[in-house]
Ligand binder design. Structure first.
Ligand code: FAD
Length: 703
């Protein structure tokens, strides 16, 4: 698989109507003659456009999406090599083709395409189908494989057995209104087509209206019902022509997972994921035309070599979202989510395993975090991200989907250390430390746990004695994330005067502070925890957190991060599930893909059901946090539920990968063991259970 690193291209984001401008410009530039004519094929009359090419070049036959006339693909045609002959046509009742008297079905259309090629004198063609036309192209290649030299499937799916779009999108697709009403087309373009249409809906309007011909509404409905009951899914492994699948990472009509499933099932297919949505083939034609050209021009056999080894994309997300949780995101949440998702897929997943194996912090990735604008979580001001609780959760989920160590790195620095200062620091303290921490020019740590006090950290023994104009700290801490590399360590210690737990910021280089990295870990290997000793460490009075007066204040900080663990668990579980599904589709035993066995399907569905429940837990704790109603007990319940389910999903996924399941390349085992730490820190599963138990029975079983 290849992933397009470039953005959605120069779509003229600030220039309404620029899509049309580019179309006209390209037409002027290429100047290849195009002939439009009406042809009678198999008892139907079709409006057909043929661009002449050079002799000896195989023609490219384009099959269009629902309701659009052949003009929609003009920018794409103009961006292709001018020597390539191109055939386009309007389906019956679409654009300039007269509506048929009786409806038709997709399964019967291969003979129409074969007849069209016969009339034009071509024995074979390269076939490209977009969206609805992708179904037609698949059907043609399955039924008439000898007529198809190479197949390109763009923004398309295997018919009724596809992972569907959200109900809202499906409803909008039921009518041809967007083709009839330019204002409506512009209004719905972003939501419907995604990609560049989100920023510049007028491009979609121009493409659908300024350049295409409108047919009767009947034509649209005929095309809609033509695909009823049709699927290619069971037959995809039998597709013979070399196939390129092009799919956008933000296509609301055809979720990306469909392309990945097709890629698994079509042997030797090449998947190219581009940045953008449903209309990018026309809206950003030059970029995608070059991908198509490379595929069509490759020597026979070479196009298969373009497919990468399976392990390289095992960590990427299939975008599991059965209950349409994503529809509830605000624009801000969506944009944070997509930003981090891309970062994870493109930058984190490819390197996470190697850093994990070497037990090294991945500093290049750490440096990217402030550039992504996600440091400082929901803290407002001081250069912090100021995200909504939901956006914070989504960022955590995505980071952990890629690499638990990176997620924990940010969780310790921002979730624990920065939050301690933001929640318990004076205004002067916040202004002194938070801006540097938001830039990550200063790193933070949070030191609560002690060798003798983990679950009962309320009984911590580290002492803080007032001495002149400051404090003297003594004691030891254990398991302190970033304790050996941090510039500012928030140390929780007992005030010798009143016996209450207070918070102190110990700055790097303070005499008496020693940190030793805990070695031999088999979880979260690329983030370091330290064993710390505090031997008469002097802390200036101004470094005592003004609002940290008792252990209750420590608990306030922990309550915010406990919910983070629920999101983190969701990220790990998503990665494990993705890998299991991918592997099941790809791995063949007893002559069939694993995914074809009932027990495997049952296990995948059970994982999916748990995953969906975890998503709903996260959605609701996000909402409660937004409303200021997230209690420590509810956060604890979510942590307990999600880490428990995530561990089960990861263990199941590991098993489903067989021997490969224990290899780092296949990602799952890393997620499985990383989850073990999340299961334990910030209150073990047992402790969360006891906390919830105390709430529902009124009886404390541990204090
Ligand atoms: C990777 C990692 C990173 C960490 N990062 C930090 C950090 O940055 N800062 C920090 O301060 N701490 C950190 N911790 C510490 C973490 O919060 C503690 O490990 C955790 O709270 C559990 O404490 P413990 O390890 O001492 O286990 P213990 O408390 O000794 O528990 C051992 C077992 O006994 C069970 N148990 C305990 N009490 C009861 C009871 N009353 N009834 C029944 N069962 C009970 C527990 O559930 C557990 O199964 C980190 C830990 C890990 C592993």
């Amino acid at each position: 698989m290849t992933a397009d690193q470039s953005g959605p291209g120069q779509t003229g984001e600030d220039r309404p109507g620029s899509g049309l401008g580019r179309i006209l410009n390209r037409r002027r530039k290429t100047g290849r003659p195009e002939r439009m004519r009406m042809l009678a094929v198999g008892g139907r009359t079709l409006r057909v456009s043929v661009r002449e090419g050079d002799p000896g070049w195989p023609p490219l036959l384009l099959c269009n999406g629902i309701g659009v006339s052949l003009e929609l693909l003009q920018p794409f045609v103009d961006a292709l090599d001018p020597r390539r002959p191109v055939i386009r046509f309007d389906l019956p009742g679409i654009g300039g083709s007269p509506a048929p008297v009786v409806p038709y079905h997709l399964a019967t259309l291969p003979s129409l395409l074969a007849g069209l090629l016969d009339q034009l004198g071509y024995q074979q063609a390269d076939v490209l189908g977009i969206s609805w036309g992708g179904g037609l192209a698949q059907q043609f290649a399955l039924r008439r494989p000898q007529r198809v030299r190479r197949l390109v499937l763009v923004a398309t799916a295997p018919g009724v057995l596809m992972v569907p779009a959200s109900p809202r999108i499906l409803l909008r697709m039921l009518t041809p209104r967007r083709h009839q009403d330019p204002g409506y087309a512009a209004r719905v373009a972003g939501e419907l087509y995604g990609g560049s249409a989100r920023k510049n809906p007028t491009v979609a309007r121009d493409l659908l209206h300024a350049t295409t011909r409108l047919g009767p509404a009947r034509g649209y409905y005929y095309q809609l019902i033509a695909q009823l009951g049709w699927t290619s899914l069971p037959w995809l492994p039998k597709l013979r022509p070399p196939t390129l699948i092009l799919a956008g990472d933000d296509d609301p009509i055809i979720p990306l997972v469909n392309a990945r499933i097709m890629h698994r099932l079509i042997r030797g297919s090449k998947l190219h994921v581009y940045r953008g949505g449903h209309l990018e083939l026309a809206a950003d034609a030059a970029r995608l035309a070059s991908v198509v050209e490379a595929f069509l021009n490759a020597e026979p056999g070479e196009e298969l070599a373009m497919t990468q080894a399976p392990s390289t994309h095992l960590g990427e997300s299939l975008g599991t979202d059965f209950f349409s949780v994503r529809e509830q995101f605000t624009d801000e949440e969506w944009s944070r989510f997509i930003t981090v998702r891309r970062f994870v897929d493109e930058e984190v997943v490819p390197v996470a395993g190697a850093y994990w194996e070497r037990a090294e912090i991945c500093w290049p990735l750490v440096k990217r975090l402030p550039e992504l604008g996600i440091v400082g979580e929901d803290i407002t001001g001081y250069g912090c991200a100021g995200m909504s609780p939901m956006a914070c959760g989504l960022v955590t989920m995505e980071l952990h989907r890629g690499d638990g160590s990176l997620g924990v790195f940010l969780g310790v620095h921002a979730g624990l250390a920065m939050h301690s200062i933001a929640m318990c620091g004076s205004e002067e303290q916040k202004a002194r430390w938070l801006p540097d921490m938001a830039r990550m020019s200063k790193l933070g740590a949070f030191a609560l746990t002690e060798p003798e006090h983990g679950s009962d950290s309320v009984a911590l023994e580290t002492s803080a004695r007032p001495d002149g104009d400051g404090w003297v700290l003594n004691g030891s801490k254990r398991w302190i994330g970033l304790g050996s590399v941090a510039d500012l360590v928030v140390v929780w210690a007992r005030n010798t005067e009143d016996g209450q737990v207070n918070g102190f910021v110990v700055e790097k280089g303070a005499p008496g502070y020693e940190a030793r990295v805990i070695e031999g870990k088999v979880s979260l290997r690329s983030v370091w925890q330290a064993e710390i000793t505090l031997d008469d460490v002097r802390v200036p009075a101004g470094n005592r957190l003004a609002g940290a007066r008792s252990f209750k204040d420590t608990t306030r900080v922990l309550a915010t991060t406990r919910s983070t663990c629920a999101w983190a668990a969701l990220g790990h579980a998503t990665a494990a599930y993705d890998a299991a599904l991918r592997y099941a589709l790809e791995r063949r035993q007893f002559g069939e893909p694993l995914a074809s066995f009932q027990i495997i399907q049952q296990r995948l569905v059970s994982m999916l059901a748990d995953l969906t429940a975890m998503q709903l837990y996260c959605l609701q704790i996000g909402r409660l946090a937004e409303a200021g109603r997230l209690t420590p007990t509810v956060a604890g319940l979510a942590k307990m539920h999600n880490t428990r389910k995530a561990r089960a999903i990861a263990a199941d996924a590991r098993d489903m990968l067989g021997g490969n399941g224990i290899l780092l390349d296949y990602q799952v085992m890393r997620h499985m063991v990383d989850l073990e730490a999340i299961h334990t820190f910030e209150g073990t599963e047992t402790m969360q259970t006891l906390i919830v138990g105390r709430q529902i029975t009124g009886i404390g079983a541990f204090t």
